[in-house]
Ligand binder design. Structure first.
Ligand SMILES: NC(=O)c1ccc[n+]([C@@H]2O[C@H](COP(=O)([O-])OP(=O)(O)OC[C@H]3O[C@@H](n4cnc5c(N)ncnc54)[C@H](OP(=O)(O)O)[C@@H]3O)[C@@H](O)[C@H]2O)c1
Length: 241
């Protein structure tokens, strides 16, 4: 049984990742701001399989508290999945500054600081860090969100170099359009659904389970020699890089 932490594990892709690991018999912690969402995930699995840990990972004290709670035993897998779009709340340059700051905070800083806080507790050798990036971080489209996701994968390269001598791998999974999550709001579908599906070669949107399967592979022994990579899971919407 491994110890696995999934940020943003209360909904969407993160939830599917958490359930996938729990289904393999791992002990999973799901981290997020909304207690009710985390408890819902926990309630649908056998007792103790998925444990909720409430934390706003853009808050320094909350990151330290969460890391402290997790640091009693070594951690085998960290999945930095928390992220998403943010709404513009103010006009003018003040609004521009605010929206860029929050989107970078949500998609990049959360992963960087939480990983830093947990780094010494990762299993050596064999620890795994998997970041959830985005197709937007590879091809653009999404402004500050795309920039933050591009930053996440490049930061992952340096982290892979740091972890290599200790046998820790670091990779980024880069999903295309995935429906049935809260990313596009309550109905789980983009307003551009048909166009986004048409971009794929396989003619369908992705599912949270599609992404979870790739994360599970990267965390497995079979992926022991894969590190510093960006793996597209996008139905062929972006080819090869
Ligand atoms: N759906 C897609 O098409 C798609 C495509 C490419 C990449 N992605 C990426 O996939 C990841 C998962 O997204 P999703 O589609 O599953 O959407 P989602 O359902 O909205 O999941 C995002 C999760 O992140 C958590 N979160 C956000 N800010 C946080 C913070 N400050 N501290 C802790 N947790 C935080 C949210 O929980 P709380 O609100 O409760 O904190 C939520 O559970 C994101 O990084 C997203 O950018 C999604």
């Amino acid at each position: 049984m491994r110890r696995v932490v999934v940020t943003g594990g209360g909904t969407g892709i993160g939830r599917a990742i958490a359930e996938r690991f729990a289904g393999q018999g791992d002990e999973v912690f799901v981290v997020g701001r909304r207690k009710d969402r985390l408890e819902q995930v926990s309630a649908t699995t056998p007792e103790g399989a998925i444990r909720p840990l409430v934390a706003d990972l853009s808050n320094e004290e909350a990151v330290l508290r969460a890391a402290e709670e997790l640091s009693d035993k070594p951690l085998d897998v960290l999945v930095n999945n928390a992220g998403g779009l943010v709404a513009r709340e103010k006009d003018g340059l003040a609004g521009t500054f605010d929206v860029h700051r929050r989107v970078i905070e949500r998609n990049l800083l959360t992963a960087m600081t939480f990983t830093e806080a947990l780094w010494e507790h990762l299993t050596r050798p064999g620890g795994r860090v998997v970041n959830i990036g985005s197709i937007a971080g590879q091809r653009g489209g999404g402004g500050g969100y795309a920039a933050a996701k591009a930053g996440l994968s490049v930061w992952g390269f340096d982290l892979a170099a740091k972890g290599g001598p200790d046998g820790i791998t670091v990779n980024t999974v880069s999903p295309g359009y995935v429906q049935d999550t809260e990313f596009f709001g309550e109905n789980g579908r983009s307003a551009r659904h048909d166009g986004l599906v048409a971009q794929t070669l396989l003619g369908r949107a992705g599912t949270p389970a599609d992404v979870a399967a790739t994360v599970a592979f990267l965390a497995s022994d079979d992926a022991a020699w894969i590190t510093g990579q960006v793996i597209g899971v996008n139905g062929g919407a972006l080819l090869g890089r």
